[in-house]
Design a protein around this ligand. Structure first.
Ligand SMILES: Cc1cc2nc3c(=O)[nH]c(=O)nc-3n(C[C@H](O)[C@H](O)[C@H](O)COP(=O)(O)OP(=O)(O)OC[C@H]3O[C@@H](n4cnc5c(N)ncnc54)[C@H](O)[C@@H]3O)c2cc1C
Ligand SMILES: *[C@@H]1O[C@H](CO)[C@@H](O)[C@H](O)[C@H]1NC(C)=O
Length: 496
């Protein structure tokens, strides 16, 4: 969609910033796809079932979500995420494939006009993971309502041998989903550069002005195939932040972190591998961090027999470690990395002072070429490609490496908001992160506590998995529907 031609006078009820799974799922709900309790639907939880029965004539979007959420427990801290997950995939924690008690009806008359903006094609972070070695279980955890991931894969691949998909395939599923559900006309490519509150003269109404840049083929040099960036501006009653948190890599803040052999992106590892700079005879690569991206880097290097050192702050049994929260059956690769971390820990020699580590090739065990350093932090990187780690009790170890990958999480890029959105965080003094400092929103509407009319979902509110971010879409769509209903009632009352 071309935004620069758009009539600037239009006021949209909702503008969504971000076109990953979060933005796509919300667009589905806002487009008139409406969930009801199916007449023959049963839910394994009898209390939830009886609450649903009581209002079975109403869609889920019109019900009291707080009431439905009461007493439910699950793997997410967001109550609506637990509710929606348990309605879409009942008992999936036990590996059961229970049918959902919901039925979806397409009711275009209920649709709320909206626009979803994204920097690239729909699918978000999944496009950035393309090329990753990882394969994911085809379990329904990544799927969006109304299109089974398994069915789509079967159709695409004809003869599916195994039950696993690459991140590139998942990205393509999301892109296909947008087309299949007829959501495309709500999607536009564009980078948002500013969101500001503006006050209208008439009625003292307050709106959001969303400004950004959109690429289009150059008009001046038509033949050249070059692109130019054209500014656009749209007005919205409500803005939804669905930008994810993968934009700005987190840094350790230690000496030497800017040295050329120290990188903060998985893609520099890929580049080094493609350029033939790393192989089984190289000095080890040091991977710092114990999240999913760090695990990806360990798998990629280990797969090519490149020696790896792996340093991270937590202990391998720490319940906060992501591997201790993922079901082993669904994530065998991540489970394998966790096993490596556990089984091949660095054994410090008795010398109390600093020691220089021998190469991981000398470590035998099932995963040769890999050594983990749990409960270690990096003290510094030196120009001669030596890294100084500090373990428990202050013991230092010096490692000789070829390359370092610091993969310790990321921060969202909310530079388009005043003060980078920090005043909306739980702890406004700290940078926003998915796990430690998400945005502060009402748990049942996902509206910002600080900024009415501004909503957030996905990793920005602490929900890193597709399985649970769908709850944010339900919360926001319900609240938007409620606001629109109230507005209609007031305008009717005024007319009367
Ligand atoms: C290595 C790795 C493995 C993972 N494995 C899994 C898994 O197995 N299962 C799972 O459920 N999750 C997994 N995740 C997490 C997954 O990435 C998130 O759950 C999901 O992508 C979050 O969706 P989102 O739509 O909220 O944000 P994103 O997918 O991050 O999409 C946000 C989009 O917003 C756009 N955007 C940002 N700023 C702007 C702007 N200013 N203007 C316009 N657009 C903007 C960007 O283009 C981006 O594409 C993994 C993540 C990583 C890094
Ligand atoms: C954040 O996003 C803006 C707009 O897209 C961009 O200009 C800026 O370089 C980004 N900042 C960082 C640190 O990546």
């Amino acid at each position: 969609m071309d935004l620069y031609d758009k009539d600037a006078g239009d006021i949209l009820p909702v503008v969504v910033i971000g076109n990953g799974p979060s933005g796509i799922c919300l667009s589905y709900l806002l487009s008139g796809y409406t969930p009801y309790l199916s007449p023959e639907g049963t839910h394994p939880n009898p209390i939830l079932q009886s609450k649903l029965d009581r209002n079975s004539h109403l869609s889920l979007l019109e019900q009291d979500l707080e009431y439905l959420c009461e007493g439910l427990e699950g793997r997410s801290d967001n109550p609506v995420a637990v509710l929606f997950d348990s309605l879409l995939l009942p008992d999936s924690d036990f590996g059961l494939d229970c049918a959902s008690p919901l039925t979806w009806r397409y009711e275009p008359s209920r649709a709320t006009p909206h626009l979803v903006l994204g920097k690239g094609p729909p699918g978000g972070a999944w496009h950035a993971m393309e090329g990753s070695m990882l394969t994911l279980s085809l379990a329904n955890w990544m799927e969006l309502p109304g299109l089974k991931l398994k069915d789509w894969m079967r159709e695409k691949r004809r003869n599916v041998r195994n039950d696993r998909a690459t991140p590139a395939e998942i990205a393509s599923y999301y892109q296909h989903y947008v087309t299949q559900m007829g959501l495309e006309r709500n999607f536009a490519c564009g980078t948002v550069t500013s969101v500001q509150r503006v006050h209208l003269q008439e009625g003292g109404r307050s709106l959001w002005e969303v400004q950004g840049l959109q690429k289009r083929p150059s008009v001046v040099e038509e033949e050249s195939g070059e692109e130019e960036e054209v500014p656009f501006s749209v007005f919205a009653e409500n803005v939804v932040l669905a930008t994810g948190t993968h934009d700005i890599p987190a840094r350790l803040g230690v000496e030497g972190e800017g040295l050329p052999f120290v990188s903060h992106s998985f893609w520099e590892l890929e580049a080094a591998i493609s350029a033939g700079k790393l192989d089984d005879t190289s000095d080890p690569v040091l991977v710092v961090g114990a999240g999913l991206t760090a695990a990806d880097a360990v798998l990629a290097t280990h797969h090519l027999s490149i020696p790896v050192y792996h340093a991270f702050r937590r202990s391998v049994a720490d319940p906060g470690l992501i591997f201790n929260q993922l079901p082993k059956v669904l994530y065998p690769e991540y489970h394998k990395v966790h096993q490596m971390m556990t089984q091949q820990q660095h054994q410090p020699n008795d010398a109390l002072s600093s020691s220089v580590e021998s190469s991981p090739a000398s470590y035998n065990g099932s995963y040769s070429g890999y050594v983990s350093f749990p409960r270690h932090r990096v003290l510094s990187f030196r120009p001669d490609r030596k890294c100084v780690l500090q373990g428990e009790g202050g013991r230092q170890t010096v490692l000789q490496v070829s390359m370092v990958l610091v993969l310790i999480g990321a921060h969202p890029n909310l530079s388009f908001l005043p003060e980078e959105g920090r005043p909306m965080a739980l702890n406004p003094g700290e940078p926003i992160t998915c796990r430690r400092n998400p945005l502060d929103v009402d748990p049942f509407t996902h509206e910002s506590v600080q900024q009415p009319g501004m909503y957030a979902m996905g990793p920005l509110v602490g929900e890193n998995f597709v399985r649970f971010l769908k709850g944010g879409a339900l919360a926001i769509a319900s609240d938007v529907v409620r606001k629109r209903r109230e507005k209609e009632l007031t305008s009717k009352a005024t007319v009367a």
